[in-house]
Write a protein that binds this ligand. Structure first.
Ligand SMILES: NC(=O)c1ccc[n+]([C@@H]2O[C@H](COP(=O)([O-])OP(=O)(O)OC[C@H]3O[C@@H](n4cnc5c(N)ncnc54)[C@H](O)[C@@H]3O)[C@@H](O)[C@H]2O)c1
Length: 283
């Protein structure tokens, strides 16, 4: 996509972290931006701050795990701005712990946001972008955890691998159609955001009341928190990479060069029939 000015972007998880940074970057490019988030207070705050900075922005409360919410989000964007050119399916959450300890509610919550959120975004926004017959771009936020499998993050890894798979397939389906709509999958490693504290947005119905986290869950949560908060690449830098990928029509957005050997190691282990190496233990 070459022209950004006056075009319309929708960003889910737009009230904080990477989503907010992308919304800000798109606005600086002259785009109108719809930010969608389940956290109404953070959404109102972010909408006001972006508008005070000169952005043409609209906030829509939306739980991406719910089909009807994402359908209403698209209708709200069309009603407000008349079109959607960039759809970023970015909202995500991160439960931790040994994979057998994760509860049904952990799986429902994380797959609901991380995978169903992307499914709904692709299902709802792709036909809108195609029908416009114009340039368009869909960005799905996965993670390096969609390309490698760090221990203690089985639910998150499974959701993010599914997002990579879905987005690669979307690319092939759009290419077969000869569409002017392109797509990318965003796979960052650790970036300082609120992702280590994502329990804050878990719906009450998906909380395991009275269940204390195991020692391993506590240890992994502490490790993830430290790694996220000490991430050296900022959300603003990730947003810059996303904008460049949309402009250059680049599919894979890998923001952290140093993680590539771990991806190569996984591929080598698969092809050579070796036992998988722990990606966090590679030098
Ligand atoms: N920060 C990292 O280190 C990192 C690395 C790789 C991938 N990611 C991915 O980036 C994406 C953005 O996360 P972030 O790091 O900015 O975290 P964040 O917690 O700062 O932001 C996530 C946003 O999503 C919103 N959200 C949560 N559940 C939602 C729902 N059901 N519907 C709508 N919005 C919802 C939250 O309220 C929040 O504003 C996620 O998909 C995450 O998995 C983050």
């Amino acid at each position: 996509m070459k022209n950004f000015r006056d075009r319309v972007a929708v960003v889910t998880g737009g009230a904080g972290g990477l989503g907010r940074a992308m919304a800000e970057r798109f606005a600086r490019e002259g785009m109108r931006v719809v930010i969608a988030d389940v956290d109404a207070a953070a959404l109102a705050r972010t909408e006001a701050e972006l508008r005070a900075g000169g952005a043409d922005v609209a906030g829509v409360r939306c739980d991406v795990a719910k089909a009807a919410d994402v359908e209403a989000l698209a209708q709200a964007a069309l009603a407000r701005y008349g079109a959607v050119h960039v759809a970023v399916n970015n909202a995500g959450v991160s439960p931790v712990g040994p994979v057998w300890e994760n509860t049904v509610r952990d799986w429902e919550w994380a797959l609901g946001v991380n995978l169903w959120g992307v499914i709904h975004g692709v299902r709802v926004f792709t036909p809108i972008l195609l029908a416009q017959g114009d340039e368009g771009h869909i960005v799905n936020t996965a993670s390096v955890a969609g390309l490698i499998n760090p221990p203690g993050m089985g639910v998150y890894n499974a959701s993010k691998h599914a997002v990579v798979s879905l987005t690669e397939t979307l690319h092939h389906d759009l290419a077969r159609r000869g569409a002017r709509v392109k797509c990318s999958v965003l796979c960052p490693a650790y970036v300082p955001t609120g992702i280590h504290d994502s329990e804050r947005t878990r719906p009450k119905a998906l909380v395991d009341e009275g269940r204390a986290p195991s020692a391993e869950q506590v240890a992994t949560a502490a490790m993830v928190r430290k790694a996220v908060l000490s991430g050296r690449i900022s959300a603003a830098q990730v947003a810059e990479a996303v904008l460049a990928a949309i402009r250059d029509e680049r599919f894979y957005i890998l923001t952290h060069e140093r993680i590539k050997p771990a991806i190569a190691a996984r591929m080598e282990d698969i092809l050579s029939g070796a036992t998988p190496r722990d990606p966090l233990a590679l030098g």
